[in-house]
Design a protein around this ligand. Structure first.
Ligand SMILES: Cc1cc2nc3c(=O)[nH]c(=O)nc-3n(C[C@H](O)[C@H](O)[C@H](O)COP(=O)(O)O)c2cc1C
Length: 379
C-alpha cells in the first residue's frame, strides 16, 4: 500500500485495528457535524499564492515556552495511545522527539509518565484532566514534574464525556462489549499479537500507578463518566497553578470571552480546540473560532490550535488564521496505528515537506511571517 498522506494512514489503520479501536479514534459526538467541519472549514481556507521572491532559505522552526520546535506542531494528547500500537505512547514520543517537537502525554495513557520520559531527550508535555479524586491530580502533577515534563496542558472541555454513538455500535461500550471486542481481536491477528498480547499491561498507567490497582479498561467510557468531575471551574485552575511551576496551557477554548479569562487568569497559552469534534456537536470548527480569538488575545498569550489539521498546508492555514502553533491528534494516531514509530516519523516528515511547499508558494520565509495577510479575503 502506498502511503503519502494522512488519509492513506487512516485507511491502513482501519485495516490493522479492531473496529472498536478504529471507530473510537475516528469518530466524533452525535451526528459528527463538528468533526466534519473541522476538516472542511480548514480545507476551505484559501491562501494568496505569491511568486518570484527567492524562497531558497526557509525556516520552519519556532520558539515556544522556551523550547525550539523544528516545525510549529506538537502532538495533541490522545488517551489509550498504547492500545493502538505496542506501548504506543513510547513510540509516538520517540518519533516526536526525533523530529524535534513535543509529545503530550494524556492523563488516560496506557503507559505511565515514568515509562515514557526516560526514553526521550526533550521534555514532554503533560495533559491533565480534572478527576473527582484530587489526590490523583496532585500526585500526577508531582510525578510529571519529577519526570521533567515542561508544559502542563490542562483540558477543560471534558467535564463529562460527549455522546459518541459509534462507540456503542463498535463494542467500545454498550452491551456485551467485552465479548464483541474479543471477537474483533481474533479477526485482527496482527494487532492481537503485537498489541493485544505483547503490548500488555493494558491499563490506565498513570492512574493505576497512583491507586496501586489496575484501572478502567474493561469499561473505559463508563470509567470516564464516573471519575471525571463536572464541578470544574477557574478555582480549580488556581489550585493547580500552585502545584505547577512551568508553563500552563488551557485546552478546549472556542470563545473569545473564555480566551480573555485565560489571559486574566495568567495562563501561558490556550489551545483553540473542540476536542476533535468529540464533545459538543455543532460547535464552531477551530478554523472558524480562531480569527475572533486571535483578535481578542493575540500577543497576550500563546495561541495553539488543533481539531481538523491533517497536513502541512493545514498547519500554515491555522497559523494564518491566528495560531502560533498547531497540534495534531488523529493524524499522528492513524500513522502510529498503521506503522508505529516509523509511521509517525514519516507523517511528520510529510507535514514538514508540505509546510515548505505552502510557505514557498505563499512567499513566506519564516513562520512569524505567516499572518492574516496570507488569507484570500472575500472581495
Ligand atoms: C482517540 C482520541 C483520544 C483523545 N484523548 C484525549 C485526551 O486524553 N486528552 C485530551 O485533552 N484530548 C484528547 N483528545 C483530543 C485531542 O487532544 C485533540 O484535541 C483532537 O484529536 C484534535 O483533533 P484532530 O484529531 O482532528 O487533530 C483525544 C482525541 C482522540 C481522537
Amino acid at each position: 500500500m502506498i502511503i503519502s498522506s494522512t488519509s492513506d494512514y487512516r485507511a491502513a489503520a482501519q485495516k490493522r485495528l479492531p473496529p472498536f479501536l478504529f471507530h473510537y479514534i475516528d469518530g466524533g459526538a452525535y451526528a459528527e457535524q463538528t468533526l466534519r467541519r473541522n476538516v472542511e472549514d480548514l480545507a476551505a481556507v484559501a491562501l494568496r499564492q505569491r511568486v518570484l521572491k527567492d524562497m531558497s532559505q526557509l525556516d520552519t522552526s519556532i520558539e515556544l515556552f522556551g523550547e525550539r520546535l523544528s516545525i510549529p506542531v506538537a502532538l495533541s494528547p490522545v488517551g489509550l495511545t498504547g492500545m493502538y500500537a505496542r506501548r504506543g505512547e513510547v513510540q509516538a514520543a520517540r518519533a516526536a522527539d526525533a523530529h524535534g517537537i513535543p509529545f503530550t502525554m494524556s492523563t488516560v495513557s496506557v503507559c505511565p509518565i515514568e515509562e515514557v520520559a526516560p526514553r526521550i531527550k526533550r521534555p514532554m508535555w503533560f495533559q491533565l484532566y480534572v478527576l473527582k479524586d484530587r489526590g490523583f491530580m496532585q500526585n500526577a502533577l508531582e510525578r510529571a514534574q519529577a519526570a521533567g515534563c515542561s508544559t502542563l496542558v490542562f483540558t477543560v472541555d471534558m467535564p463529562v464525556p460527549g455522546a459518541r454513538y459509534r462507540d456503542a455500535h463498535s463494542g467500545m461500550s454498550g452491551p456485551n462489549a467485552a465479548l464483541r471486542r474479543y471477537g474483533q481481536a481474533v479477526t485482527h491477528p496482527r494487532w492481537a499479537m503485537d498489541v493485544g498480547l505483547l503490548g500488555r499491561p493494558h491499563d490506565l498507567g498513570n492512574i493505576s500507578a497512583y491507586r496501586g490497582s489496575p484501572t478502567g479498561l474493561q469499561d473505559y467510557i463508563g470509567w470516564l463518566g464516573a471519575n471525571f468531575d463536572p464541578s470544574i471551574s477557574w478555582k480549580d485552575l488556581e489550585w493547580i497553578r500552585a502545584f505547577w511551576k512551568g508553563p500552563m496551557v488551557i485546552k478546549g477554548i472556542l470563545d473569545p470571552e473564555d480566551a480573555r479569562d485565560a489571559v486574566r487568569f495568567g495562563a501561558d497559552g490556550i489551545i483553540v480546540s473542540n476536542h476533535g469534534g468529540r464533545q459538543l456537536d455543532g460547535v464552531l470548527s477551530s478554523a472558524r473560532a480562531l480569527p475572533a480569538i486571535a483578535d481578542a488575545v493575540k500577543g497576550q498569550i500563546k495561541i495553539l490550535a488543533d481539531s481538523g489539521i491533517r497536513n502541512g498546508l493545514d498547519v500554515v492555514r491555522a497559523i494564518a488564521l491566528g495560531a502560533d502553533c498547531a497540534m495534531i491528534g488523529r493524524a499522528f494516531i492513524y500513522a502510529l496505528a498503521a506503522a508505529g514509530e516509523a509511521g509517525v516519523k514519516h507523517l511528520l516528515e510529510l507535514l514538514e515537506k508540505e509546510m515548505r511547499v505552502a510557505m514557498t508558494l505563499t512567499s513566506v520565509a519564516k513562520v512569524s511571517d505567516i499572518t492574516g495577510d496570507l488569507l484570500v479575503r472575500p472581495s
